[in-house]
Design a protein around this ligand. Sequence first.
Ligand code: GDP
Ligand code: MG
Length: 441
Amino acid sequence: LSERLSGVFDRLTKQGALSEEDVKTALREVRVALLEADVSLPVARDFVKAVQGKATGQSVTRSVTPGQQVVKIVHDELIHVLSGSEDPGKLKIDNPPAPILMVGLQGSGKTTTTAKLAKRLKDRDGKRVLMASLDVNRPAAMEQLQILGLQIGVDTLPIVKGEDPVTIAKRAKTQAALGGYDVYMLDTAGRLHIDQELIAQAAAVRDAVAPRETLLVVDGLTGQDAVNVATEFDDKIGVSGVVLTRMDGDGRGGAALSMRAVTGKPIRFVGLGEKMDAIETFEPERIAGRILGMGDIVSLVEKAQATLEVEQAERMMKRFSKGQFNMNDLRTQLEQMMKMGGMQGMMSMLPGAAKMQKQMEGSGVDDKMLVRQIALIQSMTKKERANPQILQASRKKRIAKGAGLEVAELNKLLKMHRQMSDVMKKMGKGGMLKQAMKGMF
Ligand code: GDP
Ligand code: MG
């Protein structure tokens, strides 16, 4: 998917201007790419529709290069769709002992994820966790959890052969209460395919313990199928979140998108390997990046933003070179200077300003002065800022007083403003201003 989308966006960004029709064409390719990544058809369709609505609404002409804008919109929309709960990594475990039920198909990674989360709760939150395997179907399934428990230093419920899942769940509940555990995690049996017996079993366990969290574990490598599984589990058992496993492989992340869009359930964690630490809180930005091939996208979006700034600067420069440089502009400049490492840093970038810089050094110009100058400008009326020429003695007094400074200070500011306007006008005539600004971005 990444490659495919990168290709699409490469083509977009190589075009100068993009018509609405071009956006449509590009998004058609996005849709195909999503489908190739096993994003379900309705999800891909809705996603593209949403992006198209937004792209068209924003009017392509306002963008720097339309291709870049489309990239940003696709990316933002992806994050928007993927974002679920505010704090996906926070499990509801107040009122100990809190039951957490793990469900999913066989081989999806339930047992592994159970142990990973138990370790996380123990290490990060200092919780006492008890794990219990309810998998009576598969031989050695219970031993698997027991071994993982020993490995990570988390207790497991002693194995009693011949018990049914509900009995084990109840025993876990009792044991957790008696043993003073904060959390008990129930790792259920899976099937290769979803069937009614499996669902009925999970529902019975749910009714027996009333879990605070029911986490559906889904193999991130399976596409379309995963969505059906999720829908079924959620309808019949009620799921509070999804864990996507095997996201360490070259999983395309497509499952994440459909899962989220179809079930509306938040993705809470992603499994990133077989090791016990290989689990992370779900971050929509990362998965979005993965689906789109982020490296390129990030830089493209950043480029787009930078270009926007250059455009703004150029517009400003155009006005300046016509001698339209008022106090509001000066204030913007002063604020910009503060952001860009103060007076010295800024001045050294303006070739024509070397002389001015020397002058200022002699007169004690420093960054504190920037703050005072901004205060002076703030104390002017709208009219005064637009036409500093109208400043007479009485106005000057009022402004200086408003800023808590001397009139002499205001005079210095006005002089600087005049000098800067002059320099800009001169540079504007020779086209130097534009050159100078180009160098700055
Ligand atoms: P269960 O049948 O749902 O309990 O699945 P298991 O927890 O037994 O996992 C099945 C296999 O998948 C095991 O070999 C795990 O090590 C592996 N596995 C689980 N989660 C991940 C993951 O996030 N990444 C990778 N690469 N392998 C995983
Ligand atoms: Mg298992």
